[in-house]
Design a protein around this ligand. Structure first.
Ligand code: DAT
Ligand code: MG
Length: 138
C-alpha cells in the first residue's frame, strides 16, 4: 500500500456532455485529493505521445482524432493506491463490459466514447503527469 499520484482525463465526450463535475465529485467523494486540474485542448503531438503505446494499433488514428476533438479536463489525483483504485472506479475499457457503479458502467456504452482515461501503472502515471502538468503539481 502506498500513497500515489495518477493522471485522469475527462475525455472530450465527458466535457461535451457536461458531466466533468460529476466525475470530479466521484473522485473527491472517494477520498482522493486534487493536486492539479487543467482544461485544455490536446495537440495532436501531445495525443500521439500520450497514446504512444498504441501507435501500431489499427485504431490509433481514431484515438488521436477523438482525444483532440474538444477540450479535456486533466486531473492529478493523489491518495492510497490511487493508480489501481482510479482504474477500478473507471470500469472496463469497453463500456459494454463495465460494471454499473463504475464511471464507464454508468455513463458510457461505446469503446470510442468511454469518458475517462486513467494511468495504468506507476511508470505511466509519472510519464503522463509530466506530460499534462509540466510545471509540477500543487
Ligand atoms: P484504457 O483507456 O482502459 O486504459 P487502453 O489503454 O487499452 O484502455 O486503450 C486506450 C483507449 O483506446 C481506450 O480507452 C479506447 C480505445 N481502444 C482500446 N482498445 C480499442 C479497440 N480494440 N478498438 C477501438 N478502440 C480501442
Ligand atoms: Mg490505457
Amino acid at each position: 500500500m502506498a500513497n500515489e499520484r495518477t493522471l485522469v482525463l475527462v475525455k472530450p465526450d465527458g466535457v461535451r456532455r457536461g458531466i466533468s463535475g460529476e466525475i470530479v465529485a466521484r473522485f473527491e467523494q472517494r477520498g482522493f485529493k486534487l493536486r492539479g486540474a487543467r482544461l485544455l485542448k490536446i495537440s495532436r503531438a501531445t495525443a500521439q505521445k500520450h497514446y504512444g503505446e498504441h501507435k501500431e494499433r489499427p485504431f490509433f488514428g481514431e484515438l488521436v482524432d477523438f482525444i483532440t476533438s474538444g477540450p479535456v479536463l486533466a486531473l492529478a489525483l493523489e491518495g492510497e493506491s490511487a493508480i489501481a483504485a482510479v482504474r477500478t472506479m473507471m470500469g472496463a475499457t469497453n463500456p459494454v463490459n463495465a460494471v454499473p457503479g463504475t464511471i464507464r458502467g454508468d455513463y458510457a456504452l461505446l469503446m470510442g466514447e468511454n469518458i475517462v482515461h486513467g494511468s495504468d501503472s506507476k511508470e505511466s502515471a509519472k510519464r503522463e503527469l509530466a506530460l499534462f502538468f509540466p510545471d509540477g503539481l500543487v
